[in-house]
Design a protein around this ligand. Sequence first.
Ligand code: FES
Length: 74
Amino acid sequence: MQQAFKDEHALQCGFCTPGFLMTATALAREGRRLSRDEIREELAGVLCRCTGYDHIVTAVERHLNENAEARGDG
Ligand code: FES
């Protein structure tokens, strides 16, 4: 997940990043495939004042898809 955040430029100051990473890692452990809207809803409890949410959602989506592909669900 950390690599996906780095690759997708999903952080600036990093203040919110631990909350996003913890929330997104819990989502990844559930093993569900989620739409972008569902990812946004799941992350709604964490606020970012810098980055804008598109990059964050893209990073989480990318990681969830990579996990699904690794499990053979992709
Ligand atoms: S990167 Fe600064 S608050 Fe999210």
